[in-house]
Design a protein around this ligand. Structure first.
Ligand code: TSJ
Length: 650
């Protein structure tokens, strides 16, 4: 025993120890390199890094359940029922494997250039990064009948591994508190974590993932807003069913194809609905690739070829007739998931798969197996081809309509719409456009803004139901065409992001259900007709304050209930009886121009929430519910959101 303590003291300052500390110090110096950012997205990334390790254990075949809890104070607990991280002393380091997992920085994290986590090896990729960025972290491993525990603070060991009890099962539990010194944002969003965990559950068939919100602030929410348990035996097939859940499929079964070559595997699930929009989600090693890449390319190429060949063979297409890629993807819901060694992530945001061998693999799977399926299921084949043919004809008609509308509305005249109050600056990288709902809010925004670089576009009235419209209608729509003209980059297949006039597009809507409605409509529109805007991170939601607190002549605003309570306490100071007046902002229209500038538009003080593809996918779902023809899901949505739904207009 004495021996061991001595060794420990001696090794505290040896070369490997110093390297370890330097490694984690590097993470704290440049956190963005390891988790992308220190804003809300980075905060959530910490959870994904930890959960990924548990999912690897599931991929290795030893773990069937993962639980994620958001605790009071925005700490996170992740538990799995795997084998437990090994705790034996490693020969090279003289330390427990568990300690190495948490203190040694592993190269090849997601933001450092790819990496396939090979199941069965001791990896712990990301665990040390999370540790370095946590004010504190503890871990308990149930293994060999004992509970082993270890504690850390900002990456440093604060409690060596010790046995704290006995156990009759195996598994790992990790609990951590993100370091307020490292993150600008500390509030976890249940919805954000829920969305990602649902995705993981779909991508790992049979794995049960449970998420719970234990925070006091959520205790009044309905049960289904603070706890979800997700397990999908059908994997990505069920993902597609879910994507289509409020739509009308045109064939009964989800088509599913899979195959592999060398170390790589690919699976594709797809089903057509009677709508006009495509929803393809692709993943590489369970990482979402919203910018697409080789797996999507291989799929698209093969789908177009197979359907054209089939059409000619069954004589639904004449010799010279062809359906385009866009035609065959109209109304398609599709999930592509590939797993491969050495994934190369490229593109603007490193979310595009670059490995060309995967294009060939996916192309071959679809070419062989979809073709065979159509031969065996001619009724389905006929239905899909019919739909593509209708799309092709509609597209021809739309092109003609577009040309005539373009002449009429001056879409290409370079003249800006009346509803736009433009800014003086011309460099798009420096320009912002606020899209504001309602007249009075629009007026305040125009007066409050910094007109050098902030433009305002007001929109009001009921927007077009883009769910049921093809591109020709959208061009001619009097609500949407000012927006299209103001942004300057066109829409649909002709969208050109290089022509965009603003690199920040900020949706400013009230924090009520009407605001949510208009935000949903705009997001869905951007998602379907200007997707690169979202992929490049140009779309934001403004975050207006919820409360105004007044004590004498001091006025402060709060953006959340927590902040309201904190500021209220600050204003009271040591004097609990003093009167602090708290009022709720009912809407943007209520703020005067100066207030709006100070709280919501001034770049130095405001908060902007960047819209991600996941937000857009969620918007697409909500939108379908709100605008679709199905009455039941709409009623359900309204009931779920009843506290706000009094004056929603649908
Ligand atoms: F991120 C993390 F490292 F902190 C973490 C790891 C967090 C959580 C919630 C779970 C895990 C984790 C790791 N769960 N299960 C494992 N498994 C192993 O590390 C493991 C177990 C046994 C063996 C073996 O060969 O016996 C090998 C490994 C890699």
């Amino acid at each position: 025993m004495q021996e061991e303590v001595m060794t420990k003291v001696e090794t505290q300052y040896d070369a490997s120890e110093i390297q370890v500390l330097e490694g984690l110090e590097a993470v704290r110096k440049r956190p963005g390199m390891y988790i992308g950012s220190t804003s809300s997205s980075g905060l959530h990334h910490l959870v994904y890094e930890i959960v990924d390790n548990a999912i690897d254990e599931a991929l290795a075949g030893y773990c069937t359940e993962i639980t994620v809890a958001i605790n009071e104070g925005n700490t996170i607990t992740v538990t799995d029922n795997g084998r437990g991280i090994p705790v034996d002393i490693q020969a090279q380091t003289g330390k427990p494997a568990l300690e190495v997992v948490y203190t040694v920085l592993h190269a090849g994290g997601k933001f450092g250039g790819g990496g396939y986590k090979v199941s069965g090896g001791l990896h712990g990729v990301g665990a040390s990064v999370v540790n370095a960025l946590s004010e504190w972290l503890w871990v308990q491993v149930h293994r060999d009948g004992k509970i082993h525990e270890m504690r850390f603070a900002r990456g440093h060991v604060t409690q060596e591994m010790k046995v704290v009890g006995e156990t009759d099962h195996t598994g790992t539990t990790v609990c951590f508190k993100p370091d307020p010194e490292m993150f600008e944002e500390l509030q976890y969003s249940y919805d954000t974590l829920h969305t990602r965990m649902r995705e993981e559950a779909f991508l790992n068939a049979g794995l049960r993932i449970t998420i719970r919100d234990e925070r006091e602030s959520s205790k009044d929410l309905p049960e289904n807003k603070r706890q979800d348990s997700m397990c999908y035996e059908g994997g990505i097939r069920e993902f597609v069913t879910w994507l289509n859940k409020n739509k009308t499929p045109i064939h009964e079964n989800v088509l599913y194809f899979s195959g592999g070559k060398d170390e790589s595997v690919a699976e594709i699930a797809m089903q057509y609905n009677d709508g006009y929009n495509e929803m393809t989600l692709s993943f590489a090693n369970n990482v979402h690739t919203p910018e697409g890449g080789m797996h999507e390319e291989g799929f698209r190429r093969a789908l177009t070829t197979v359907l054209n060949n089939y059409g000619h063979r069954v004589k639904m297409l004449k010799d010279e007739e062809k359906v385009s890629g866009e035609d065959v993807r109209e109304g398609l819901a599709c999930v592509i998931s590939v797993k491969l060694p050495n994934a190369q992530f490229e593109g603007q945001t490193k979310q595009k798969l670059g490995n060309s061998e995967i294009r060939t693999l996916v192309n071959n799977i679809i070419s062989d197996k979809l073709a065979a399926f159509l031969e065996e299921n001619p009724a389905v084949g006929r239905m899909i081809l019919d739909k593509a043919l209708m799309a092709s004809r509609a597209r021809e008609a739309a092109k003609k309509a577009r040309e005539s509308v373009r002449r009429k509305t001056g879409l290409e005249s370079g003249q800006m719409p009346e509803k736009l109050q433009d800014c003086n600056e011309r460099d798009p990288a420096l320009c912002e456009i606020y899209i504001v709902e309602g007249d009075s809010a629009g007026g305040s925004a125009v007066q409050g803004r910094d007109s050098r670089f902030q433009a305002i576009l007001s929109m009001w009235g009921k927007m077009l139901n883009v769910e049921k419209a093809r591109a020709d209608k959208i061009y001619g729509n009097d609500k949407l065409s000012p927006l299209i003209v103001a942004l300057g980059a066109g829409i649909g297949d002709e969208f050109n992001v290089e022509k965009l006039r603003y690199h920040k597009i900020i949706i400013m809507a009230d924090a009520d259900v009407d605001g949510a409605h208009i935000r949903t409509l705009l997001l869905t529109f951007f998602f379907r007709y200007m997707r690169p805007l979202i992929e490049r991170g140009y779309v934001y939601s403004a975050v207006p304050p919820l409360y105004k607190l007044t004590r004498g002549r001091t006025v402060r605003v709060a953006y959340s209930d927590d902040e309201r309570d904190k500021i209220s306490a600050e204003l009271r100071g040591d004097n609990p009886n003093v009167k602090v007046d708290i009022s709720r902002f009912k809407g943007l229209g209520e703020m005067d121009p100066h207030e709006l500038w100070e709280t919501t538009m001034n770049p130095v003080k405001r908060t902007l929430r960047r819209i991600t593809i996941d937000d857009a996918v969620a918007a697409d779902q909500i939108f379908t519910v709100l605008m679709g023809e199905e009455v039941e899901p709409r009623k359900e949505w309204i009931e779920k959101n009843a506290q706000y739904a009094v004056n929603i207009d649908i």
